[in-house]
Write a protein that binds this ligand. Structure first.
Ligand code: NDP
Length: 223
């Protein structure tokens, strides 16, 4: 995707990164909240509340906190902004509607190994994602816009540590939800962020001669 280090005017007007991130991600926070508020008995069940809560917590962070934290981010081309916005509207609707109206869980689902394992995966994934984004943000001193080799945390294992965290997060979510909609989202995330991680990995190898050769692309020890 042509944003961040690959940002280019060829893909439309350049928008400032902070408002672009906030606006494009906001629908994935607001649409599920609206659907949950209008939902009936399905939305009121505890597994549905908790799972919708996971989705909303992620997007509250991504739309309201993450844009305030990024430093000197490269501008976002209009094309990328519109694609991300459409994705967030559609996916916010898909996950929100599924969990508010259709997903019915047996009693005791909160003690089911699929829910527990998935929830732990979601939690660890989100922690890795936030920690890795924190490492990236702190590579630059105030005013700097260049790139450095990220070190520490999951970056010791993969070039796309923030992307690995997000992929783990949504596969954990899919396991806890056990819905086709959440699996579709996890697979989309895998393809989108897996390809971005691959592009970053190749970019690092070309740019830095001393880039750690044992570092994988996005899945520790595997790929
Ligand atoms: P990047 O890793 O490309 O960039 C994140 C931030 O860190 C940017 O501000 C970037 O600056 C800076 N940065 C990255 N690498 C370096 C470096 N080596 N040296 C200095 N600064 C660096 O992530 P994305 O912008 O693609 O994604 C941000 C977040 O959004 C991630 O957590 C990701 O998981 C999530 N996301 C989720 C998607 C999904 O489908 N669920 C899709 C896309 C993103 P600059 O902008 O100047 O490059």
């Amino acid at each position: 995707m042509p944003y961040g280090r690959y940002s280019s005017r060829r893909f439309g007007w350049l928008l400032p990164a902070r408002p672009a991130w906030a606006l494009q991600e906001l629908p994935s926070l607001l649409v599920p909240l609206g659907l949950a508020a209008c939902g009936g008995a399905v939305a009121a069940a505890w597994p549905n509340r908790l799972l919708l809560g996971c989705f909303v917590v992620h997007y509250a962070h991504r739309a309201l906190i993450f844009p305030l934290l990024i430093r000197e981010g490269k501008p976002t081309p209009f094309f990328t902004f519109v694609l991300a916005l459409l994705f967030c509207v559609y996916n916010g609707y898909l996950q929100g509607r599924s969990l508010s109206n259709y997903a019915k869980y047996p009693s005791g689902w909160l003690k089911d190994p699929r829910f527990i394992t998935g929830f732990i995966g979601w939690l660890i994934g989100m922690a890795v994602n936030i920690h890795s984004d924190h490492i990236l943000r702190n590579l630059r001193k105030p005013g700097e816009t260049g790139y450095k080799i990220p070190r520490g945390g999951m970056f010791e294992y993969v070039s796309g540590a923030n992307f690995f965290g997000e992929i783990l997060e949504w596969f954990g979510f899919a396991l806890a939800c056990c819905t086709i909609e959440s699996l579709a989202f996890a697979l989309c995330t895998l393809f989108i962020l897996g390809s971005r991680a691959k592009q970053h990995h190749q970019w690092y190898l070309e740019k830095f001669e001393d880039y750690p050769k044992n570092r994988k692309i996005v899945i520790p020890f595997v790929y």
